[in-house]
Design a protein around this ligand. Sequence first.
Ligand code: S3P
Length: 172
Amino acid sequence: MEKPQRSNIALIGFMGVGKTTCGRILSKRLLWSFLDTDNVIVKQTGLSIPNIFKQFGESYFRKLEKQLVAESLANCKNTVIATGGGMGADIENLTILRKYSVIVHLVSSEEQILKHLKKTTNRPLTQRDNTSDFLLELYKKRLPFYHTADVEISTLGRSINQIVHQIAKIIQ
Ligand code: S3P
């Protein structure tokens, strides 16, 4: 594969596929900076993601995500960007992200995602009565957006190090 010219890597994909964990390790390996979009929003607002959803609603959080993509992220260089699961499922965000990042979709399976998300409590979208049905529907809606990534890497049956190694091989 041709060496990509864009100077960041943006990891996209559904909640729980390992964007943050892989991103952090990948950035160390490449000697790049690391940025987690959820963390930036938490720092900017002084609120946790569940509190932003609770106090201001999901649409406000999406606005903050859009602002981040359009403003701060555009100045990043040699940075691995771990996006929140909804950021990479929005055509405007993807169009802008693509200008300055190679977009990598971390692909998992419905089963693995549900299994992983059952164990977590810090994501507002997983705290509802019909969580599994809701998440599966959301996953299906988002997949066509995720599939527009420059590179897709399956996480199934692979260790974090193997995933990171594969992304680094493609990028370097
Ligand atoms: C969300 C994913 C979360 C976080 C927020 C909403 C989503 O990030 O941005 O809870 O809509 O998929 P992770 O993908 O890192 O869990």
